[in-house]
Design a protein around this ligand. Structure first.
Ligand code: 13P
Ligand code: SF4
Length: 348
């Protein structure tokens, strides 16, 4: 599409084969895997985007839930929210392109206020981040004076600015256990708050968790029946779930953890068959990286994450629209940054 002469055609073919080597084992739909033809279509974009990255000294960070052609075609790094926030904090690039949802791009901006942070999906939301406002957190604090406030990273910059410590699905249990207080406020994931109370009880450090907010539209849908059906159809299957799932789903699983935690579980396991109750993008990553293992999911899709495409990534690198560029007030950045730094400190 963008390349014409013979050398360019050869480059395009080489790129298509590189992508096919990575994506050939990945499900594109319930029934189909990626084909060489799919990779040929993606290749004209990935070649151009990778060239633009160099010209503009840009880095692309992609959450594992984004489409595989972004994760394997153009991302310099992909991972879970915690790893992405670490990468954003360390970045030397002039431009950070964050393929994810708005709160993730905001987190990158909070950690790099002087850099241009772009999100191809524009103001793509998240049912958790949209579940509570800064004012509601202020009201909760007023109702429970003196209690520390933990906020899940899936929250707006304003909510982070009202919180003492930010947490991610990868460190929430450890940080909550380390808190000296026996009671704390946790926003905005009410299901994770219940999972947190149960886990703290199990660890012998019971604490009262006061929560408010909502739930993730993808993870809230899973039920213990989904796990029972997997175990019935695939005897011996190991079932891995995200802590945004309901407590009864977590109780029925073999492992509960962040997207990176699930990947690490698969990497160290000698088992070959896994049921994965999280967004399809992670299943696609596992299919690409553990070709000798089989992953069964339910095609749970986060429509917000999937708004990042090769096409809008290229457009955003060339000429970002205002709604694709993250801007935050300096005082919000300063206060929200403290909650993230407290997380990094407590994760050591
Ligand atoms: P992770 O931090 O586990 O990648 O989760 C992010 C998320 O949005 C899960 O829905
Ligand atoms: Fe938000 Fe759920 Fe999408 Fe994660 S999967 S970004 S929590 S809506």
């Amino acid at each position: 599409m963008f390349l014409q002469d013979e050398t360019q055609k050869a480059l395009l073919e080489q790129e298509a084969h590189r992508l096919y080597g990575l994506l050939g084992s990945v499900s594109r739909t319930c029934e189909e895997k990626w084909t060489l033809e799919d990779c040929q279509k993606a290749a004209s974009y990935t070649l151009r985007i990778n060239q633009l990255k160099k010209e503009k000294n840009a880095v692309i960070l992609a959450h594992s839930y984004t489409v595989p052609e972004l994760v394997y075609g153009v991302a310099d790094f992909s991972g879970d929210s915690y790893a992405l926030s670490r990468k954003a904090a360390q970045s030397k690039a002039d431009i950070i392109v964050f393929a994810g949802v708005w709160f993730m791009a905001e987190t990158a901006k909070i950690l790099n206020p002087s850099k241009k942070v772009i999100i191809p999906a524009g103001p793509a939301g998240c049912t958790l981040a949209d579940a509570i406002t800064e004012e509601e957190v202020r009201a909760l604090k007023a109702a429970h004076p003196g209690l520390p406030v933990l906020c899940y990273v899936n929250s707006t910059a304003g909510v982070k600015a009202q919180s003492d410590i930010c947490v991610t699905s990868g460190n929430v249990f450890d940080i909550a256990a380390k808190l000296p207080q026996q009671e704390f406020i946790f926003v905005p994931d009410v299901l994770m708050a219940r999972n947190l109370e149960i886990e703290l009880q199990k660890r012998g450090t019971p604490k009262k968790v006061i929560s408010a907010g909502g739930s993730c539209c993808v993870h809230d849908k899973y039920t213990p029946d989904d796990i029972a059906a997997l175990r019935c159809q695939y005897p011996g299957i190991k079932v891995l779930v995200h802590p945004e799932c309901r407590p009864e789903v977590c109780a029925a699983a073999d492992y509960v953890g962040s997207t990176q935690g699930m990947t690490d579980y698969v990497a160290r396991s000698t088992e070959k068959l896994f049921g994965i109750l999280t967004e399809q993008g992670l299943i696609n990553r596992l299919e690409a990286e553990y070709k000798d293992k089989t992953f069964i999911g339910t095609f749970g899709i986060c429509s917000y994450m999937k708004q990042n495409t090769l096409s809008n990534t290229m457009q955003a690198l060339l000429n970002p629209r205002p709604e694709q560029v993250v801007e935050l007030a300096p005082d919000v950045i300063a206060r929200a940054r403290q909650s993230l730094e407290n997380m990094f400190e407590m994760s050591r």
